[in-house]
Design a protein around this ligand. Structure first.
Ligand code: B12
Ligand code: SF4
Length: 651
């Protein structure tokens, strides 16, 4: 049995038949630092759910993340028993198209749908499918595949981000993702995740010890000591976090974490605990200056954020625009309130009634949902999709953009604010006397020294006087605290400024749109298929696909796609290696080739000719591209072909 798990296809964040330019596949650049120009933090996240599922089932599985349409179609043609598509609401139309392609090119394959998009009303009939997973997927998938649903959970070992760029500099990933569980029991009216997971928390790892073991495993494999915790409300299970800190102290591990947590849990644990835990980044839902949500009742959020930043924790305060209480004046009160909190990051999100939520249900009953707006536009970073008494669609897009711009104009870039936070953290934590906190202080100092190298670029490219003065003050404080910059730092500054300038030019030329690369990961692929992969190697261009029938005598190698000079050379090298090592006979079938570039076939044959006693090359007369290339071959190479119809089964 074979399973393919796939995300929706790209390109992302472009205006086309399947998506919109505002729906960018980058967390910060999409909805946080989007108006911060060259200071916007750029990186991609893998589709974690897919890898998490693949890691926790027994079936041979391929994960295809961020494919192109063509790459996806090529993959499904390999004949999977199941293809699982993970999608969210704004990617509905992509998921529908993909399911149609599966029915067309792989009619025997069963289609599984999963992810938040499955909350769409009537999804059963809107997208071709054989089964739909609404909610937690591991248990569900194990059940569908007839596996033991009670087996322990294995955490995948994977980076938290890739293609990281700051000031246009490509940086190595230095953090892994940690997924302790899904869902949140707080049940906020607008929140898609709490509703999708039935207003409860499903832990994958119940104790601090279990999480600590996962961290150690990841550290051993990847060498990272930093983790991004993908859990909607990590501190909501305080015992787990407390045990984790105790183990870190006991084993002298200075792990650092980025987390999401709600204000009531942060208040309960306090900034000192969070600093001890090593929280370097904290995402909190402030939503509005009015205490509409239980989680924020009676909490002085401004004071809380100040205190967290004083402990070296960069805070992201998230706010909602176009709530019921907003008119053109009160919305400004909320925007100003959020900016005045002085957090490192501010996310403004347009109120979005998403299927499955109480908000959606209420608005549907009131008849104010704009169901005429296609789902591609239901993403929260452009226009609203409901009738608001005080904002029309164009106004909603304008207010949202202006809110981000206002934050940037008043507070400068988030990068600048992070420079401030690490320094403040170092100063505060240094005052703690116990040895663990002393080590934390040294860790912050190390980070501050790194951040310091960006200050010159931040000053040079400051976009207004407020920000320029703010930057100068931060530079002065760094100078007072750490004295002169080292030679290494001075060189680092120049490098950062050079890249920043380059990035500024790229932005002017509109060349700063980046797409995530396609990622293919294989799980439990059989020895036979692994051998095929080894033979194929990593150097081949994506255009050539090789299928191998290892159990056949002779061994059958089927080439599909496009043969070009580069992959022909690489393939020849591999096959020669095999023939040299093993006394085998290889039958090379060219029937599936769509194109043969220039004289690449001639080059391939010349290279492998010395084994012509053990190589048989076949193709059917009807295959025009091969026929044409064959006709151009010198006579002595033509003798390598055998005239025979082949019934070949691919692995
Ligand atoms: C990481 C993330 C991203 C990454 C995407 C990475 C990627 N490669 O896709 C980034 C930052 C780029 C992103 C962008 C956006 N995101 Co986002 N994102 C998340 C986030 C924070 C975590 C997702 C995650 O990995 N969770 C952990 C895994 C384990 O959980 P999971 O994905 O839900 O998977 C589980 C189940 O759903 C199920 N499952 C999932 N897929 C499948 C498939 C099959 C076959 C099966 C059987 C089961 C299954 O099994 C898994 C294990 O239980 C969620 C919020 C959240 N905490 O879940 C929002 C969330 C998914 N995003 C959301 C949205 C709306 C967006 C954006 C439109 C931006 C925005 N306005 O918020 C853009 C869209 C970008 C685009 N062009 O597509 C919404 C989706 C709402 C909805 N109803 O569809 C969420 C829920 C946040 C929210 N607003 O509430 N996002
Ligand atoms: S606290 Fe956060 S994650 Fe939990 S329900 Fe509310 S908005 Fe959602």
């Amino acid at each position: 049995m074979k399973l393919l798990l796939t995300s929706v296809f790209g390109p992302y964040g472009v205006d086309d038949d399947f998506g919109r330019k505002e729906n960018v596949m980058e967390l910060f650049h999409n909805q946080i630092t989007r108006e911060q120009g060259l200071f916007s933090l750029r990186f991609n996240h893998q589709s974690f759910g897919l890898y998490f599922l693949a890691e926790n089932i027994d079936v041979p599985t391929t994960v295809l993340d961020f494919p192109s349409k063509e790459r996806f179609i090529k993959e499904i043609k390999k004949g999977y028993d199941y293809v699982g598509i993970s999608f969210i609401l704004p990617n509905f139309i992509k998921a529908r198209y993909m399911a149609e392609q599966i029915r067309k090119y792989a009619p025997k394959t069963k289609i599984l749908l999963g992810g938040h998009g499955t909350a769409i009303p009537g999804i059963e009939t809107l997208i071709e499918n054989d089964n739909i997973c609404r909610g937690e997927g591991v248990k569900w998938l194990r059940k569908v595949l007839g596996e033991n649903t009670r087996k322990p959970i294995h955490h995948p070992i994977m980076d938290s981000v890739f293609s990281k760029r700051i000031l246009g500099m490509k940086l190595k990933t230095d953090a892994a993702v940690l997924i302790p569980g899904v869902g949140c029991k707080n049940g906020c009216r607008f929140c898609a995740t709490t509703h999708f997971f039935e207003k409860k928390y499903t832990p994958f790892f119940n104790t601090g010890k279990e999480l600590f073991d996962v961290c150690q495993k990841i550290e051993k494999k990847l060498g990272y000591d930093e983790f991004f915790i993908m859990d909607e409300n990590f501190l909501k299970v305080p015992e787990r976090a407390i045990e984790l800190v105790a183990l870190m102290e006991k084993h002298n591990k200075l792990y650092r974490f980025g987390i999401f947590s709600s204000a009531e849990t942060i208040k309960q644990m306090g900034p000192e605990f969070l600093a001890r835990l090593g929280v370097s980044f904290l995402w909190v839902g402030v939503e509005s200056k009015h205490e509409i949500y239980e989680k924020n009742r009676g909490i002085d959020i401004k004071q809380m954020i100040k205190s967290l930043r004083d402990h070296g924790i960069s805070v992201l305060a998230s706010g909602i625009l176009f709530s019921e209480h907003h008119d053109q004046q009160t919305i400004m009160d909320d925007i100003k309130f959020l900016v005045d909190l002085e957090s490192d990051f501010v996310q403004f999100m347009g109120l979005g009634p998403l299927p499955g939520t109480r908000l959606y249900h209420d608005y549907d009953e009131q008849g104010i949902l704009r169901k005429d707006i296609p789902y591609e536009e239901w993403h929260g970073q452009h226009q609203i999709w409901f009738k608001h008494p005080h904002f029309n669609l164009e106004e909603s897009a304008r207010f949202l953009k202006d809110a981000f711009r206002y934050d940037y104009d008043k507070q400068g870039s988030s990068l600048l604010r992070m420079c401030d936070t690490v320094l403040r953290g170092y100063v505060t934590i240094s005052r703690y006397k116990d040895s663990f906190m002393q080590k934390r202080a040294q860790q912050l100092k190390g980070w501050a020294e790194q951040y310091r190298m960006m200050l010159e670029a931040l000053q040079r490219f400051a976009h207004n006087d407020i920000v320029l003065n703010k930057t100068k003050k931060i530079i002065e404080r760094y100078d007072i605290e750490f004295g002169d910059r080292s030679l290494k730092q001075k060189i680092g500054e120049k490098v950062a400024s050079y890249y920043a300038k380059r990035e500024a030019i790229k932005i002017l030329l509109g060349q700063n749109h980046y797409q995530p690369k396609t990622i293919i990961a294989k799980y439990r692929v059989s020895v036979k298929n692994l051998a095929a992969e080894a033979l194929k190697g990593k150097s081949f261009s994506n255009m050539l696909d090789i299928n191998l029938n290892w159990n056949h005598e002779p061994i059958i190698v089927e080439l599909a796609g496009t043969l070009d000079k580069v992959n022909a050379r690489a393939f020849a090298k591999r096959i020669l290696g095999r023939l040299k090592k093993e006394d085998c006979i290889v039958k090379l079938n060219l029937n599936q080739l769509d194109a043969i570039e220039d004289d690449s076939l001639k080059r391939l044959l010349k290279k492998i000719k010395k084994y012509n006693q053990r190589i048989q090359i076949v193709f059917n007369d009807g295959v025009t591209v091969v026929n044409d290339a064959f006709a151009d071959l010198p006579e002595k190479l033509k003798t390598m072909f055998i005239k025979e119809e082949l019934a070949i089964s691919s692995p």
